[in-house]
Every structure is written in structure tokens, then in C-alpha cells.
Design a protein around this ligand. Structure first.
Ligand code: AMP
Ligand code: GLY
Length: 448
């Protein structure tokens, strides 16, 4: 039996007799986050069998791809049963919102991820805001509307900026920070009258604007305990200087100067713990990754949103800095065990990811462009994570807006940024573009 990673020694001592170290793991998803999860689990357990469904060309390396869609809940459960998978970990939110935890639970298959009811923390902003209010979690004040006239009346009396959000899942496009009452009316009309967000926009949340810097803190949750991972910050705007349209994320870095140990502890005590307690009391205990998107306001951290998964690209900097095993806590929680006393043991140093995108992203972009990723790029201090790539007749081609994430590791953020940018510059495909200023507020202009 291999040695247990040190931070998990206490659990190892408790569970070693009945649980083998060499695990069968199934990762559901196909993006950069899932590649980063696969790479981390491979480091944790070099002997593990790691399946990724459906995966991408990058996950064929740390793992083996399985041609099952993330939406094929029954097919995934059949596969997990057939291969005696010890833990299935779910990357994206949609399968969780669709009830993958129930599909697996009904068959006694261990899975790390919240139930459909618990996943409403992300899939319903109305639910999420009411939970925060009821549990005393600091967040922006809000009102819920289904009727356009009432909503329009309400925002007419508010000083902009005005935040309007579709309640349901809207692929990151459902939050509008309106700079004028007219713009807020347009957003409300698009959601409640024109139904441009489909079902997701039938209910809207209008909320108070919170000034401040944002910070993402991810917690590993077992239903009762929340273990924080290293805080990170992503850059959502397409262009340098944080300008232009919002994207899924053009880059991220960790740790973040504002994300001090005190701040993280405060987020655990004021945000994660009360939410976990409230969810458990209401009969839907929260097990899985909990992503707390925080605004660091003058009054302290307040929640902008919860997600029920790891962020992407943030996972591409958070996981490489995780010193403790990820495989073990995932498996432990999936078996119904506790994470009490467990810590993520962040590694020293910094990580910074630059996302290489198709030039016209987040607008429409061509797919299937041949790409060149020199084979010597990946190394001890650089990880190249595939996000939107595919293989066509043996050739690596683009298959998404966000194509690759290039994570640099360094003793400090400057070193991490330099490595990330040097390698991003060597990725070639038609129209390849990336931001050279990820982490700018902490690095300063001179090192760019
Ligand atoms: P969300 O989809 O809720 O994460 O919102 C997307 C982005 O909109 C956030 O990352 C923030 O930059 C911004 N945002 C959302 N809600 C607020 C708020 N109440 N105050 C200020 N900015 C916000
Ligand atoms: N990078 C933001 C997200 O994953 O939602």
C-alpha cells in the first residue's frame, strides 16, 4: 500500500483497513477545470484509474476518456457501476442541477457533488438569496419579481448602478450591472417580457450594487464542515485593463493579497458554516464544492453568488497549489464520512493562468482550426490545460471559445505570470488571443 499523503494521515488511520488506496475515479465534464481536476488526482494517486466523461484531448494523459456526455446521467451511473468507481466527481453545474447525485445515490454509487435540491444554491438565484437572508449570510439586499411592470416601477426608484439577474442558470450571462434606469428596464424586458433567457429569466432578482474587489473562495463540504482552498481571483472581461464584454474567465491567479487567512476564516464562519447549517436543517445537506464569490466591501465580505462546483479557470490555479490530497476527501465525503479537522495545506508560491481564446470570443468564433502546442511546454512549473480542443483525424484543433489555459507556477506572482505568458505566446492557431495583464492589480505595470 502506498503512503498516505501526510495531511490525510488521520483519516488514513481510521479508514485504511476497509478502503484501498488505488482508486477508480470518474470525472464528469470536458473543460479546463476537469483537466485540472484530473491532473491533481493523478498527482495524488499515481496508481489510480481515472476516467473522464467525456473529457478532451488534454484529459487523455492523466486519465482515460469515456465517450459519455455529461448529460447522460443513466449512462454515467451504468459506467460507474460497471467499473466499480470509488468516487465520481462532477465538474460542471448542469448535471448537478439535473440530479446526478440522486441518479447515483439511488444505486448506491459514491459521488462527490450536491443533490439537485442543494444545487439550487446556483441553479436558482431566488433560492440562493433567500437562503442567505434566512441564514444571516452577508449579501446585497434584494427583491424578487416575475412581473415586468412591478419590477420596472421598483428600479425606477433606485440610484444606479442597478443589478438585475435572471434567477436560473444562464451560462454566466444572466447578471447585468445596469448603469442607468433605462438599461435596467431593458434587462428586465429581455428577461420578463421577451423571454430571451427562457425559463431562467421568468423570475428575476434585483439587487443592491456592492462596491469592492471580488474574491473567490472554494470550500470542500461534507454536509457539516467547510474546508477552504486557497482564495483566487479571476478576470472576466475580455480585454486588457478589465475592459470589454464579460467572458467565462480570461485568466485567474492565486493566492490573492486580499485573501488573508483572517478573511478566509471570516468567510468560513460568516458564509460557509451558516449556509451548511441552514441547508442541513432544511433537509438538503450540502456535500460538494461550494464556490463563494465574494465582494470585499468596506463593511466586510459579502456574497455575490454561490456556485456548486469549482470555478473555471480558477480551478487551474487553486488545485496546483493544494498540498493535501484531493482524491481522499472527495472519496471520504462520497462515502458519507466527515472532513472535521481536515486542511487543504496550500503550497507556498503562486499560480497564474492565462486563457488562450479564439480571437472573436465571447462573440461567435470558428471551430476546428488546427493548432500547435509544442510538446515541451508542459513542465514542473507550467501546466497546459485543455478547455476547448478536439482531435480531428489525429490533428489537435480548436473546439471552443476558451481553448487552453496556461498555468505558470512561481515563488511569487511575477514569476508565475512570466512563465504563464511565455508559454501562452508559443501556442499557435489562427486568431489565438490572450490577455497579458492577468493579475495586474498585484503585479504592477513594470513587470508586464
Ligand atoms: P453573478 O452571475 O451573480 O456572479 O454576477 C456576475 C458578475 O456581476 C459578478 O462577478 C460581479 O462582477 C457582478 N455583480 C453581480 N452582483 C453584483 C452586485 N450586487 N454588486 C456589484 N457587482 C455585482
Ligand atoms: N470563472 C467563473 C466561474 O467559473 O463561474
Amino acid at each position: 500500500m502506498a503512503d498516505w499523503p501526510r495531511p490525510f494521515a488521520h483519516l488514513a488511520a481510521r479508514h485504511a483497513p476497509c478502503h484501498p488506496v488505488l482508486m477508480n475515479i470518474l470525472i464528469v465534464g470536458s473543460g479546463g477545470r476537469e483537466h485540472a481536476i484530473a491532473a491533481k488526482l493523478r498527482r495524488d494517486d499515481p496508481g489510480a484509474t481515472i476516467y473522464v466523461a467525456p473529457g478532451n484531448p488534454g484529459t487523455e494523459g492523466p486519465g482515460q476518456n469515456v465517450p459519455l456526455a455529461a448529460s447522460d446521467l443513466a449512462g454515467l451511473a451504468d459506467f460507474a457501476a460497471e467499473k466499480s468507481v470509488d468516487v465520481t466527481v462532477v465538474g460542471p453545474e448542469q448535471p448537478l442541477a439535473d440530479g446526478i447525485a440522486e441518479a447515483f445515490g439511488a444505486r448506491g454509487l459514491p459521488l462527490f457533488g450536491p443533490s439537485r435540491d442543494a444545487a439550487r444554491l446556483e441553479s436558482s438565484k431566488v433560492f440562493s438569496k433567500r437562503m442567505m437572508r434566512d441564514c444571516g449570510v452577508p449579501t446585497a439586499g434584494f427583491e424578487v419579481f416575475t412581473d415586468f411592470d412591478r419590477a420596472a416601477d421598483f428600479v425606477s426608484g433606485i440610484e444606479p448602478p442597478i443589478v438585475v439577474k435572471a434567477s436560473g442558470l444562464a451560462a454566466g450571462k444572466g447578471a447585468i450591472v445596469a448603469e442607468s434606469v433605462d438599461e435596467a428596464h431593458d434587462a428586465l424586458r429581455a428577461m420578463l417580457v421577451e423571454e430571451r433567457f427562457g425559463d431562467a429569466g421568468r423570475e428575476v432578482v434585483v439587487e443592491e450594487f456592492m462596491p469592492g474587489e471580488e474574491l473567490s473562495v472554494f470550500f470542500l463540504c461534507d454536509g457539516e464542515n467547510a474546508v477552504p482552498l486557497v482564495p483566487s481571483r479571476d478576470h472576466k472581461r475580455r480585454f486588457e485593463g478589465d475592459r470589454g464584454p464579460n467572458t467565462g474567465g480570461m485568466g485567474a491567479y492565486a493566492p490573492v493579497a486580499d485573501g488573508t487567512a483572517d478573511l478566509v476564516e471570516r468567510a468560513r464562519l460568516e458564509v460557509a458554516d451558516p449556509i451548511l447549517q441552514g441547508m442541513a436543517e432544511r433537509g438538503f445537506p450540502y456535500r460538494g464544492f461550494l464556490y463563494a464569490g465574494l465582494m470585499l466591501t468596506p463593511e466586510g465580505p459579502k456574497v455575490v453568488e454561490f456556485n456548486v462546483r469549482l470555478g473555471d479557470p480558477e480551478a487551474q490555479v487553486v488545485l496546483p497549489l493544494m498540498g493535501a490530497s484531493l482524491a481522499e476527501p472527495l472519496a471520504a465525503v462520497a462515502r458519507g464520512e466527515s472532513l472535521a479537522g481536515w486542511e487543504a495545506e496550500p503550497l507556498a508560491g503562486s499560480a497564474l493562468v492565462t486563457v488562450v481564446v479564439s480571437g472573436s470570443y465571447p462573440g461567435s468564433y470558428p471551430k476546428g482550426l488546427p493548432m500547435e502546442v509544442p510538446s515541451d511546454l508542459h513542465g514542473e512549473h507550467v501546466h497546459v490545460y485543455h478547455a476547448g480542443t478536439a482531435r480531428k483525424d489525429g490533428q489537435l484543433v480548436t473546439a471552443g471559445g476558451r481553448v487552453l489555459g496556461v498555468t505558470g507556477l512561481g515563488d511569487d506572482l511575477e514569476g508565475a505570470a512570466r512563465r504563464s505568458r511565455e508559454v501562452a505566446a508559443r501556442i499557435r492557431f489562427e486568431g489565438a488571443a490572450w490577455r497579458s495583464d492577468i493579475g495586474h492589480s498585484e503585479i504592477g505595470a513594470s513587470s508586464d
